[in-house]
Structure formats: structure tokens, C-alpha cells
Design a protein around this ligand. Structure first.
Ligand code: BTN
Length: 278
């Protein structure tokens, strides 16, 4: 497997690639790597994660042979792009959408701030983390988890945002065919988009492309922005509003029932169960 991945990615402008059959978390491994040195465009890929991490302290399920779990270390920031974890998340989400469209003609959208949806189901989650040395931002770890085969879907998923995998989406699109998506082809396509966006785009161009794929536009959503003492998002709904678009700083623009516009800079949104009653 290791040599296959190295061969499959050899034409990309990547730094060192480290592959693991099993690891706790590719983001954790990237951090351990950064504690030793600062590699550029280095990649950690694993077939299976035993302690995969999601946002807000959640677990991320990555059983073997069925999913993609990888972390890209970005440290060669171009001058016209703002190096923040939110920016990296946008880069990752957009790249996954484009890969889905290119490879499979699947319509993919981005649920602010970090989930990729196909047919309104989550196929990918992104966890970007900053690595600081003192006051200086050394690198951003861009971690992506993509559900490819049915075994990658966890038993319990959020009923308001069910998980799906690429194989199931392909079956929905073409019921007469059984297609098994090629994980390494997807990895190649996603990385290739991430690397090319990173090269040539300013933050505003990236946000524009991202906004064109925004999920839930004109729909009513509930905002969850409150974090507890451990910095973990709570289940307390803080506001409701209709999704209007994306601001240049990456915050989500909403309009509430009284017609007031507000921005969400962080947190999560969920589709409001009963829509359009305001
Ligand atoms: C989320 O939707 O909550 C984000 C999930 C991010 C999962 C990926 S899998 C690769 C990388 N390693 C981790 O431990 N997490 C990210």
C-alpha cells in the first residue's frame, strides 16, 4: 500500500509523504512531526485511525480499507493569502467539491464552516489546526476525513445531518451500477486542487469560489456558537437566521426574523427542522 500511494502521488508538488496502516490520528502525527522539524507540503496518510479527531472534541471514525484520512502540513504560505486554519479549511472543502465534480460528476456543497455535503449528506469533515512556535505561526495542519465506502459511515450520525459515503452517492446517482470509488484517485485529485489553490489565489478569490458552493443558501438555520470552559461547542442554540452568503473574512452572513443581518465568525449551523415559518 505504502509504495502504491507514493507512486500515485509522485507527480504532485508535495514534500515528504508518510503513510501508516494504522495510527491514532493523522493530525496528531503531523503535530509530532512539526515538533521535530518544519516540513513543507508534507503529508500524513493513514488507512485506519484509532483516535481520529473531529471538531469540537468529537471523535472521527476511520475504519480500515474504507475511508480517506490525511493531514497536509502547510508552511510555505504565499504572500497574498491569509494563513489561518479557517482559510485552510476553505481550501480543503473547495478542493473536495471540485474533486467530486471532476471525478464523478457529483454535486457537492460546503456546509459552513467545514463539512462537504453531497445530496445533503455529509461525506467529508475537515479539522484545520495551527501550529505555533512562541508567537510565530509555524504551520497549519489541514486534516481531511472522507467517507468513501459504506463501512466508513459511523453507526450513529446526526439525524439532522446524516453521513453518507461516496460509493452510496454514486449508487444514488446511477442506481443500475455498482461503483467503488478509488481512494487514491480521490486523494490525488483533492491534493492537486489544494496545492493549486494555494499557489494562485488570494483569500478573496478563494472565498468567492467557496461562496458559490455554499450549502443551505436561503434556508433557515440554527446557530451554535457557545463554547464551554474546555473550548468545546455546546448544544445551546444561540440564534436563528436565513443563510445569505459568505463575508470576505469567511464569516457566514445571516438575516434574522426581524430583518437584521448578523455574521457568524465561528461555531456551527444546523438546518432548522421546520423551515420557512417566519
Ligand atoms: C469534523 O467534521 O468534525 C472534522 C473531522 C476531521 C477528520 C480528519 S481525518 C484526518 C484528520 N485526522 C484527524 O484526527 N482528524 C482529521
Amino acid at each position: 500500500m505504502k509504495s502504491t500511494i507514493h507512486d500515485r502521488l509522485s507527480d504532485l508538488p508535495l514534500g515528504e509523504v508518510r503513510y501508516f496502516d494504522q495510527i491514532d490520528s493523522t493530525n496528531e502525527e503531523a503535530k509530532r512531526w512539526l515538533e521535530q522539524e518544519t516540513p513543507t507540503r508534507a503529508l500524513v496518510v493513514a488507512d485506519e485511525q484509532t483516535a481520529g479527531r473531529g471538531r469540537s472534541g468529537r471523535r472521527w471514525f476511520t475504519p480500515k480499507n474504507s475511508a480517506l484520512a490525511f493531514s497536509l502540513i502547510l508552511s510555505d504560505f504565499s504572500k497574498d493569502a491569509t494563513p489561518t486554519p479557517a482559510w485552510a479549511t476553505s481550501l480543503g472543502a473547495l478542493a473536495v467539491c471540485q474533486a467530486m465534480e471532476d471525478l464523478y460528476n457529483l454535486p457537492a456543497t460546503i456546509k459552513w464552516p467545514n463539512d462537504v455535503l453531497v445530496f445533503d449528506r455529509k461525506i467529508c469533515g475537515i479539522l484545520s489546526e495551527a501550529f505555533w512556535v512562541g508567537d510565530s505561526l509555524e504551520a497549519i495542519i489541514l486534516g481531511l476525513g472522507i467517507n468513501v465506502a459504506p463501512a466508513s459511515i459511523p453507526e450513529q450520525t446526526d439525524p439532522l445531518l446524516p453521513a453518507a459515503c461516496i460509493d452510496d452517492c454514486l449508487s444514488m446517482q446511477q442506481p443500475s451500477k455498482t461503483i467503488s470509488a478509488d481512494r487514491w484517485q480521490i486523494l490525488h485529485a483533492v491534493l492537486s486542487y489544494i496545492l493549486s489553490w494555494q499557489e494562485r489565489l488570494s483569500a478573496s478569490e478563494l472565498m468567492h469560489a467557496w461562496e458559490n458552493r455554499l450549502a443551505y443558501r436561503d434556508k433557515w438555520v440554527q446557530a451554535y456558537t457557545e463554547v464551554n470552559a474546555a473550548g468545546v461547542l455546546t448544544d445551546k442554540k444561540t440564534k436563528e437566521g436565513k443563510v445569505m452568503g459568505l463575508a470576505i473574512d469567511g464569516s457566514l452572513i445571516l438575516i434574522d426574523g426581524l430583518g437584521s443581518i448578523f455574521h457568524l465568525k465561528s461555531g456551527e449551523i444546523r438546518l432548522r427542522p421546520v423551515e420557512e415559518n417566519q
